[in-house]
Design a protein around this ligand. Structure first.
Ligand SMILES: [Zn+2]
Length: 113
């Protein structure tokens, strides 16, 4: 389960942030997860509970913002959300080869006190 590795590094960064700010508690982590990142949000949540046990982040909330796959159609000069991940423009049915969003896997913010 590679979600555990991802979460361990995110929790590691959160612990560093808490350290830097002299915080004693981590309340929440916010992550941005693209639809094409290959990560399952439920698995992330589960891994988070495991990875935070016995740390400052134990009991913290993991907020996941899901980013849909968004492609650019050069013919129509517009962005569209690709539901099926094939990248077919809903207007002209051309296959886009430019994915603009959807592979994100970022720790966005950490709430500490
Ligand atoms: Zn188009």
């Amino acid at each position: 389960m590679h979600e555990l590795g991802i979460i361990q590094s995110a929790v590691g960064m959160a612990l560093e942030t808490a350290n830097t700010r002299g915080a004693t508690r981590i309340h929440a982590l916010r992550m941005r997860v693209g639809a094409l990142s290959g990560v399952v949000p439920d698995a992330l949540t589960f891994a988070f509970e495991v990875a935070t046990q016995g740390t400052l982040a134990e009991g913290a909330k993991l907020e996941i913002e899901t980013i849909p796959a968004t492609c650019w159609c050069a013919a129509c000069q517009r962005e569209f959300t690709s539901e099926d991940f094939l990248g077919e423009c809903p207007a002209c049915h051309a296959i886009s080869n430019e994915l603009r969003r959807g592979r994100e896997l970022d720790l966005v913010s950490v709430e500490v006190s």
